[in-house]
Design a protein around this ligand. Structure first.
Ligand code: PHE
Length: 343
């Protein structure tokens, strides 16, 4: 009994001499003195060895010690809780947080946004619509004849369970939808993804992106089309870039043209990118065919319109010096990271 009381007195001294200021030391203290395998529990186990007449006194001393140890624990716990966070492993909430890695825009998005912004300044609105569409919106309404090669299984992806549906081969399906649902004046651009069954190589892919434009109103002329495209090219590629139109054919425009710009790399001198011609073909355009207007319920005697369409990949490859079109869709972080901060 004497021995045990002496032990309690020593432990009390030990506790009094402790300086606990962090959570780790406090937990160690709790385990040592108050835990299920701690000293207080162990001393309680001694009760059975104490003579009956001393049990009461022993129990009292032990209880006092327990209360003292618990009070100290509470005192330190509050102290640690109130500390300003500099003690031990308590996190310092005043430290700056971990930086969150900022992603970057995809180069196709960057190029599309630039293109859209230029047309928006001319009053064009952005129209969106389905990538899976029917034959009417992708072909028939656009005056694409039944035997047109674009309809061939070689070029168009049809939905196998329902061949009436297909993956749009151009965003012109949205021009039809816009004309069906609204009245002139219509002035829209349609950026979006399109699909063609082409062999995948460094220069072509089975899906790519386009932006098309449509303007329908009274007295819209080819001069308006040219002026719109001149403005676009100068804003997009710079004032020194030259432009030329070549007569062409599209079933949905008449007359039709293709537009070239002077090669951005060799400035028209002739290099491997422009195949030594000094020119790069960037878009197709023309005056909306009267049949297309009529197909959409727009009076072709009263209204005229122009339309144009171009790819987004090619200009993005030129601007950012990308040599392989497949890089756009491989999601290689090393490639994508390079566009952080690019505009
Ligand atoms: N839809 C054509 C294409 O995908 C581009 C185009 C649009 C041409 C509008 C003329 C007018 O190639």
């Amino acid at each position: 009994m004497e021995q045990v009381l002496q032990q309690l007195a020593d432990l009390r001294k030990e506790i009094e001499s402790l300086q606990i200021s962090n959570a780790k030391a406090l937990e160690e203290y709790r385990i040592k003195f108050l835990g299920t395998k701690g000293l207080v529990k162990a001393l309680m186990g001694e009760m059975k060895n104490v003579a009956n007449e001393q049990k009461k006194a022993f129990g009292q001393s032990l209880n006092e010690f327990k209360q003292f140890a618990e009070a100290k624990y509470e005192e330190w716990k509050n102290g640690v809780g109130e500390s300003n966070g500099t003690a031990g492993d308590i996190p310092d909430v005043t430290l700056p947080g971990d930086a969150i890695a900022v992603g970057s825009r995809h180069p196709i998005s960057l190029m599309r946004n630039r293109m859209v912004q230029i047309f928006q300044r001319l009053g064009f609105a952005v129209a969106d619509g389905p990538e899976i569409d029917d034959d009417w919106h992708n072909f028939t309404a656009l005056n694409l004849p039944e035997n047109h090669p674009a309809r061939d299984m070689q070029d168009t992806f049809y939905i196998s369970t329902n061949p009436a549906w297909l993956l749009r081969t151009h965003t012109s399906n949205l021009q039809i939808r816009a004309m069906e649902h609204s009245k002139p004046p219509i002035r829209i651009v349609t950026p979006g993804r399109v699909y063609r069954n082409e062999t995948i190589s460094a220069r072509s892919h089975c899906f790519f992106h386009q932006i098309e434009g449509l303007y329908v109103d009274e007295n819209v002329s080819f001069a308006d089309l040219k002026q719109t495209l001149y403005f676009f090219v100068q804003e997009m590629f710079g004032k020194e870039v030259k432009v030329r139109f070549r007569p062409s054919y599209f079933p949905f425009t008449e007359p039709s043209a293709e537009m070239d710009i002077s090669c951005l790399l060799c400035k028209g001198e002739g290099c491997s990118v422009c195949k030594k011609t000094g020119w790069l073909e960037i878009l197709g355009c023309g005056m909306v065919h009267p049949k297309v207007l009529d197909n959409c319920g727009i009076d072709s005697n009263k209204y005229t319109g122009f339309a144009f369409g171009m790819g987004i990949e090619r200009p993005a490859m030129l601007k950012y010096g990308i040599k392989d079109i497949r890089l756009f869709s491989e999601n290689d972080v090393r490639f994508l990271k390079q566009f952080t901060g690019a505009v």
